[in-house]
Design a protein around this ligand. Structure first.
Ligand code: F6R
Length: 356
């Protein structure tokens, strides 16, 4: 196959059948819209209670918003926030738990089963969806639901889904006012959108450069601190679904207690690979020192690049780190000669399960 140029506009037209790159270029506006939709959603006074926890139900592209929410506000929330990717709920979920049922299609069976169970336990439930069964059940039972625009792949709807969660937890007083963080985050994302877009040439476009670094290699994405762990996982899943490659992800300090040993023999088994370390400007001196030593122990034969999150607020840092990976995964799809939209095995699996 002829080498693909990421600076040639015909590349996108030929492979990117639903213009997923265009969706990524519009990510900051999608975040703005997500905030607005959730600000406008009807949430009754019965939701203004003292909660014992926050749970995000969801799978795949709809689940990541719950992970990101928990990471962004880990230093601020006074109750635990967690994501459930399963049919079943943990036993502690009950009447004083705020449960977001997030399914972009509204039809994912694991999410619907857990949502059903949350309702039976009397949890305060809120749907976040573009339609389907979830919207129908919320509508018929008078349950609050943030209805986001449909017609996109779920993983290209994270701006709607995550920002809906952010706006609701803010409205319910579970976190403080987010005006400054929202503003900063959107400014950072706007600047990135200009840098990462298709018209920004590769020599000035870090997303195109990262895709080039990872082409024909196994991407290994390491978060330098746990707060970026969900972002590293998001990079991995975006490389899976968009670029159709296997990828690895892990986070410090945990990887220093297991995965670092796997490099001893794993470096030969893995074939060509490239490590991307997501760094956080808010890292402590101890975390910086740990990263230095970890990188040193990986050895000089391992290609490592560091990508720094941008901004001050956790919202900006986490979303900026994610946005680079989202765009890089789309450019990697093009370098791999595949349509980022296609997710045949996922569709086939859902089809076969639906047949019983
Ligand atoms: C597709 C994608 C998948 C779906 C998952 C759940 O873009 O990212 O991971 O998100 O199969 O489906 P939904 O989001 O419709 O509940």
């Amino acid at each position: 196959m002829a080498a693909v140029s990421l600076d040639d506009p015909t590349t996108f037209a030929a492979l990117d059948s639903r213009d997923m790159l265009g969706m990524a270029e519009g990510f900051p506006d999608q975040c703005r819209q997500g905030l607005k939709l959730a600000d406008e959603a009807q949430i009754g006074d019965s939701y203004r209670i003292e909660y014992d926890g926050i749970v995000g139900l969801g799978m795949g592209g709809s689940a990541i918003g719950g992970d990101l929410l928990a990471a962004i506000y880990s230093g601020e929330l006074s109750v635990p926030a967690t994501t459930v990717r399963d049919y079943a709920l943990p036993s502690w979920v009950g009447e004083r738990t705020l449960v977001f049922a997030v399914s972009y299609s509204g039809n994912t069976e694991e999410t619907l089963a857990a949502f059903d169970e949350a309702r039976r336990r009397g949890a305060r439930v809120i749907g976040v969806t573009s339609g389907g069964e979830l919207a129908r059940i919320c509508g018929e039972n008078g349950l609050p639901c943030v209805v986001v625009p449909g017609g996109r792949p779920p993983r290209a709807s994270t701006g709607y889904l995550l920002m809906s969660l952010v706006a609701v937890v803010e409205r319910l007083g579970l976190i403080g006012g987010q005006a400054a963080a929202r503003r900063e985050c959107l400014e950072v994302l706007d600047a990135q959108a200009a840098e990462y877009g298709r018209h920004s040439p590769a020599d000035a476009n870090r997303a195109k450069q990262v895709a080039g670094l990872l082409h024909d290699k196994v991407p290994v994405i390491y978060a330098s601190t746990p707060i970026l762990g969900a972002v590293a996982y998001r990079w991995r899943t975006q490389f899976n679904e968009n670029a159709k490659v296997l990828a690895m992800s892990h986070e410090l300090p945990e990887l220093d207690h297991n995965e670092i040993v796997g490099w001893e023999l794993g470096r030969n088994l893995l074939g060509p690979r490239c490590v991307i370390v997501l760094t956080d400007p808010g890292m402590s001196d101890r975390a910086r020192r740990r990263l230095e030593i970890t990188q040193d122990l990986l050895g000089s034969g391992v290609e490592v690049h560091r990508e720094a999150a941008r901004g001050d607020s956790a919202l900006a840092r986490i979303l900026s780190a994610m946005y680079l990976g989202d765009c890089a995964s789309l450019y990697l799809a093009l370098l791999n000669g595949v349509d980022p939209l296609a997710i045949r095995p996922i569709e086939e699996l859902k089809k076969r399960l639906a047949q019983g």
